[in-house]
Design a protein around this ligand. Structure first.
Ligand code: FE
Length: 267
């Protein structure tokens, strides 16, 4: 790799902790694996974590004069940033829906808020869970090579995960663009706190990729059970409410959270 991949100046968020940097005055490298004996910088210290007054051990050029020589972690950093952008676009889009048209409807759980959870890349496409006060969906976004703009909203696709097959429905929104969603919960009344909803969302993301969740007869059954289990401890904490409230939300989670259930309206 060349030494001209970009200056560090103003780009601290673009380099990974593994980046090997080079002084552009005297070409002295800084390798985080080695640190800097000259100024007692421990091996394992990322360039961006060096003190602000650190300078080239050879020519004393300031930190800003260093350029990226090689960055084995740059792709991961770029991918993380892309996922963060997608999560932000989704949440601001649905926050707008929430404030514009959903807030006063009886089907919403006002203790909840719009949040994107666990977005990661699956088969080159961003996948995660979107929580809103009125639904929890798995959301799959297109890869850069996909063109979903011609796909009619409402078109269904079965996608194969290690835990089984799940039905996703194509949809599109002005801000979010084209996406696919698989309904997990709707409405959201069984969740008493946002934290509880987030815990279940994380459990769903884990269960989705666990081949142990496959069943011959009903592949969705075990993932539903996993979601129920994730919701259960929170329900137990509410035991003061009496046995009825303790069990009803759990049962509701099974009935309304069926992955094969018809997709919830997307607002
Ligand atoms: Fe130097």
């Amino acid at each position: 790799m060349s030494g001209f991949e970009g200056s560090y100046l103003g780009a601290a968020d673009k380099i990974s902790p593994a980046a090997i940097m080079e002084c552009k005055i005297c070409w002295t490298p800084y390798d985080p694996a080695e640190g800097d004996d000259y100024r007692q910088v421990e091996p394992g210290t990322a360039f961006r974590d060096l003190p602000g007054d650190w300078s080239c051990p050879n020519c004393s050029a300031p930190k800003a004069q260093f350029m990226v020589l090689e960055d084995p972690g740059s792709e991961a950093v770029a991918q993380d940033r892309k996922l963060e952008e997608i999560a932000q676009r989704l949440t601001s889009d649905f926050r707008e829906v929430w404030h514009a048209s959903m807030r006063d409807l009886p089907m919403v759980n006002k203790t909840l808020s719009v949040e994107a959870v666990g977005f990661q890349v699956w088969n080159e496409r961003p996948l995660g869970v979107l929580i809103t006060p009125w639904f929890m969906n798995l959301v799959l976004m297109p890869s850069e090579d996909d063109n979903w703009s011609e796909i009619r909203p409402g078109t269904k696709d079965i996608l194969n995960f290690p835990s089984g097959d799940y039905e996703f429905i194509h949809n599109t929104r002005e801000m979010t663009g084209a996406y696919m969603a698989c309904s997990l919960f709707s409405p959201m009344f069984e969740f008493k706190t946002q934290m509880q909803a987030v815990e279940v969302a994380r459990a769903v993301m884990a269960a989705l990729f666990d081949p142990g969740n496959i069943a011959d007869t009903d592949r969705a059954a075990d993932i539903r059970a996993a979601r129920e289990a994730a919701a259960a401890p929170a329900n137990d904490r509410e035991a003061d409410d009496g046995p009825e409230r303790e069990t009803v939300p759990t049962r509701r989670a099974i009935i309304t959270g069926g992955l094969a259930a018809q997709a919830a309206a997307e607002a």
